[in-house]
Write a protein that binds this ligand. Structure first.
Ligand code: G3I
Length: 382
């Protein structure tokens, strides 16, 4: 059951607010993730939207958005009202921006940027170098052989220079490299690593800096609450720092579940990542409510909420979001932005043929108890 939300209530803004010392990027996200600048709320009736709560503190809240979202009236109204930061869900990935060598396609990315500009939202560019959603041509050399180091570096530099150059002055910061670390903390044996060597990450940051010296540059990954993986990420960013390359933040994707990772693991990861001296941004936040069932599993086990979410689980989700935001607020000096990976449950990548309920708005774009829980957490002093 959806309860009446603050979203639907009229409340008078208060004048007095408390500022969060936070740098926010969209805890930025995937289907056109929206980012919210984290702000700590003044007591009681400060504002009714995430955006206004954030802006009262000069902060940002983000969401991932796709072209489908920004061309849909209901979605775009919700996004513009609630968020002041946007992450393109797919529109700036390599397979969209350069589907074949030297042929650049900026139509979808431009649509997201225009939408953001029209609604005074910041944009987090996602992403420049990744092993996924990158055309096979990128890694192919002549005569069916894999491309060699020099070829790959030239393609990477040209891509980064063209894409970052296109949006110079319009993108607040870029996810320069995405998901380079494996679960054991080693550098993933991606086609980038295999073809170029371990310094491909440093090269990507170098090229991004050349292309737009004013843009913030980030490293983005998931499962950072797992100690081995986190150690690998910390080692990676420390290597970039030792090379005197620009890096401004670590994006923690935050694709979480109801019970995992535990709150103290989230807390510990945040503290350790921030100890690098970098901003920590939650870039793709969502809470997966579905079991991790094997392919072909009994539908009643694999898709337990096909006919709706029981109220008890709805309340668990709200409590989970409240707990998570309490940690973010506890470390408000470290957490600069929070971005959700998608706007409503209808838009989430986590559905994949099932019925999932990971976000703050339901399939009719009505605020869920989880939305009220986040607003309440943001309004709680201390
Ligand atoms: O564009 C094709 C379309 O032509 C085709 O008809 C359709 C048929 O399935 O597929 C379309 O591509 C899909 C694409 O999203 C655009 O909608 C892909 O199948 C689908 O796999 C792809 O999923 C994206 C996923 O990244 C791929 O890794 C999700 O939308 C996107 O939200 C998700 O985002 C990632 C972040 O970038 C990085 N972190 C994890 C996060 C979730 O996977």
């Amino acid at each position: 059951m959806e309860q009446e939300s603050m979203w639907n209530r009229r409340v008078r803004p208060r004048v007095r607010t408390r500022r969060w010392k936070v740098a926010a990027t969209v805890g930025v996200a995937a289907t056109a993730a929206v980012t919210v600048a984290l702000a700590v709320a003044a007591p009681a009736q400060a504002a009714t939207t995430l955006r206004s709560l954030a802006e009262a503190k000069s902060r940002y809240f983000g969401t991932a958005l796709t072209v489908g979202d920004v061309t849909n009236g209901t979605e775009s109204n919700l996004a513009a009202t609630q968020f002041d930061m946007v992450t393109p869900g797919n529109e700036m990935k390599w397979d969209t921006t350069e589907p074949s060598r030297g042929n650049f396609n900026f139509g979808p990315g431009d649509q997201i940027v225009s939408f953001a500009q029209a609604h005074t939202m910041r944009v987090r560019g996602h992403n420049l170098v990744w092993h996924s959603q990158t055309g096979a041509w990128v890694f192919q050399g002549s005569e069916g052989k894999p491309a060699d180091r020099e070829t790959l570096l030239a393609r990477m530099r040209d891509h980064i220079r063209t894409v970052v150059g296109r949006y110079k002055g319009k993108i607040h910061g870029w996810d320069v490299v995405n998901e380079a670390i494996d679960e054991d903390g080693s550098l993933r044996k991606s086609p980038w690593q295999v073809g170029i060597g371990d310094d491909y990450v440093a090269k990507a940051f170098e090229f991004a800096r050349e292309a737009d010296p004013d843009a913030e540059l980030y490293y983005n990954d998931f499962n950072l609450e797992k100690p081995a993986k986190r150690a690998g990420v910390i080692k990676l960013v420390q290597d970039l720092q030792a090379r005197k390359l620009r890096i401004d933040g670590i994006g923690n994707q935050a694709h979480w579940r109801l019970d995992t990772p535990a709150i103290d693991e989230i807390d510990k990861a945040l503290v350790e990542l921030h100890a690098t001296g970098l901003k920590v941004m939650f870039t793709e936040l969502d809470i997966n409510l579905l079991p991790n069932t094997p392919r072909g599993a009994d539908p009643s086990a694999a898709n337990p909420y096909a006919n709706g979410l029981p109220d008890e689980v709805q309340q668990q989700l709200a409590r989970r979001y409240a707990d998570v935001f309490r940690v973010f607020l506890k470390h408000r000096d470290a957490v600069t932005r929070v971005t959700f990976w998608g706007l409503s449950d209808a838009d989430s990548w986590l559905n994949r043929g099932r019925m999932n309920y990971p976000l703050l708005w339901d399939r009719q774009r009505r605020p869920k108890p989880a939305f009220d829980a986040v607003v309440q957490a943001l309004r709680t002093p201390g």
